[in-house]
Design a protein. Structure first.
Length: 283
């Protein structure tokens, strides 16, 4: 099977070299790289030039959208249209893959024909410090949709953009379902979480992706408006799954959140998830 790695870049000249090198040095040979540069104003394209014989480069010549989430969606669509792979990997240009990632993920797709999305655990890198993420959905018996409907909570449910991969036909359908009316709900949620909620995905525990945290991350800016994000997540979730849950857990006390979630996992006999929950809230 052929793997397509779709990379979106905007002004990440300091990271794009390591990002591309990490894909080109994979242990898997049948890989194509499609990089969409979203009209960078820094030196990104000069850095990319040395890779032109090894990648497909697309440059955005059109006016950009108001919201960066919409710009990322456009980048993913344009790169996907250029790609030809059976399996689609997403990668932000300030992140990078571990050397065996593509090989290990592709092997899983071959052995798990019923799975349409495989998502791996993220290593978060802040400066020189690296922290391994811990997701509730690592447990294959864990039903993310049931969890959200029963607890009205959405944390620890899967990786960011660079930890996502999809079968081509399934990803094509996800692209068509994108909701532009909730700009705080980025493509990684609209694609990755939807796959989890539809029981089409698994999250593997092994960390195969490194996600950088730095001053230019949009996710850091998002934390300042977390309540708005949760309100829009509620709108997005309810519209797609025809429900009426309130997912803004910021209006609830930490103790009530922990109690409600612990009770859910106690009923499931899932002590591992309780441990992850307590780690999440530093209890």
């Amino acid at each position: 099977m052929k793997a397509s790695v779709l990379i979106n870049n905007y002004n990440y000249q300091n990271y794009i070299d390591e990002c591309l090198s990490s894909v080109l040095n994979q242990d898997y040979n049948n890989i194509e790289i499609v990089l969409f540069d979203d009209a960078s104003t820094d030196d990104s394209l000069n850095v990319v030039k040395k890779y032109l014989t090894k990648i497909h480069l697309l440059e955005n010549q059109n006016p950009k959208a108001k919201f960066n989430s919409h710009n990322q969606h456009n980048a993913i669509i344009k790169a996907f249209e250029k790609s030809t792979g059976d399996i689609i990997f997403l990668l932000d240009s300030d992140d990078y893959f571990m050397p065996s990632k593509v090989k290990e993920i592709m092997r899983l797709y071959e052995t798990l024909p019923h799975v349409n999305s495989i998502q791996d655990t993220i290593i978060t890198q802040i400066g020189k410090e690296k922290i391994i993420s811990d997701y509730l959905s690592v447990n294959r018996n864990f039903n993310p949709l049931d969890f959200v409907l029963k607890t009205n909570l959405i944390f620890c449910l899967g990786p960011q953009t660079s930890g996502l991969s999809f079968r081509r036909h399934y990803f094509s359908s996800l692209l068509k379902s994108y909701n532009f009316n909730v700009p705080f709900i980025w493509p990684d949620i609209q694609f990755g979480r939807k796959a989890l909620f539809e029981n089409m995905a698994i999250v593997i525990k092994k960390p195969l992706t490194v996600r950088r945290i730095h001053d230019s991350n949009d996710s850091l800016k998002l934390k300042k408006e977390m309540s708005v994000f949760l309100d829009q997540y509620t709108i997005w979730f309810n519209e797609y799954f025809k429900t009426t849950v309130n997912l803004n857990y910021k209006i609830k006390s930490k103790l009530s959140v922990v109690f409600k979630t612990s009770l859910y996992f106690i009923k499931k006999g899932d002590l591992i998830s309780i441990k992850r929950l307590f780690s999440k809230f530093k209890l």
